[in-house]
Design a protein around this ligand. Sequence first.
Ligand code: SF4
Length: 483
Amino acid sequence: MRLIFLVGLLRFERYSAPGTDSSIHYPPAAMPSPKATVYFHSLGCPKNLLDTEVMLGSLAMAGYAIAEALEDADVAVVNTCSFIDSAREESIQAILDVADLRESGQLRALVVAGCLPQRYGAELAKELPEVDAFVGTGAYQEIAPILDDALEGRGRGVYVETGHTHLYDDTSPRILTGAGHSTYMKIAEGCDRVCAFCAIPGIRGKFQSRTLDSLLTEAKQLAEAGVREVNLVAQDSTSWGKDLAALSEGGGRPRLEDMVRALDEVGGLDWIRLLYLYPSAVTDGLIEALGAAERVLPYVDVPLQHGSDRMLSLMKRGTTAERQRRLVERLRAGIPGLTLRTTFIVGFPGETDADFEDLCAFVRWARFDRLGVFRYSDEEDTAALDLEHKVPRDVARDRYRALTAIQSEIMKERLAEQIGSEVDVLVDAPMGGEQALGRLASQAPEIDGATFVKGPNLKAGDLVRARLTRVRAGVDLEAEVIA
Ligand code: SF4
């Protein structure tokens, strides 16, 4: 793993202990003897990964070394997710897996950070005596002094500020984890919407935007650090700018399309992908900006959640099935070469066979390029928790399978339509010989399929011209580099 350490425009590569090739990184502040060596286990969404990278940056600035392997570490931090049941179970299991090492004394400290302590800090502190500190999403910029205290045994802290999440900016130290050519950038934090199934506003707090200057500065830093692809994330990207001052005297508040136009000018970046749009907030101005952009990709990720008016109303989505159809038509008309991604929830309380049929009809009509299906699950602190007519698990499971099957046929047809075409492939990882794993502009990292590309001397970060030759397993593609 290659760690790129960014603080403003200062950039540091990997520093190993002299004469060794260990998997421990020693930023300057940790040379020649670090305070301790820390290992991070990051769970959940890309927004959480960004929080991890900023915590790593703060610790490196404070004199901590970074370990790639748990066995090399003095301290472990588990950055958790608490979005839904399965995510909470995974987080608890990850903590328990490390807790033994803390009890045995191999670890000098164990810290739990992220959405789980943000939501259940006090309860967790009672349940998990092995943990030295609990750091909510509003306190992660304090990770270094919190670790100092934990290492000195200065009390078990629960550092949680309800309803607030720290939002980093371009002056925050950040360590890029991953291959170095592709990364994320957070444009905003929190959410002011009221979707009935969602606990995020209560976890991540009120909506807050980063300024355009801060985003432009970070985008330039990333380009200088060799990043080619940046994925823009927030809980609700479409609200960006609503809480910012006007960009010019007498002008209105900045809008997402202003950011798209400005980021589209950042030299050195090849691909910029905008994720998490809220359907009823997609403006004609945004569609126009995306349609005219060069670096900002014709890729739209807009979770629609359902296709029945009754369900959209019960979900408090503030839109209708007809308006969502119109949105699909407007996006396709306004953005040439569009890749349209969405997600739906099945099994929401009160969902009838007729509602589900409406959803299936919508999916057959829209023929989305990318589609994710989730089964509804009850969440504390959400409006849907108290709704009647809960859908039995087996019915939800059958609807999940039925909708996934409809989309899988559509996906096969849409991929087959692309065979023979010339494309750009961003190489993520060589796979030996002349094979490499990569992605098209229409394939976002981690959530969309991949493209297996054949060609000489392919390296991570290469952007190569290729011809699509085959669909693989109905979700991935194969391609050959064009000389
Ligand atoms: S837009 Fe809705 S689903 Fe998305 S984070 Fe906000 S409340 Fe949750």
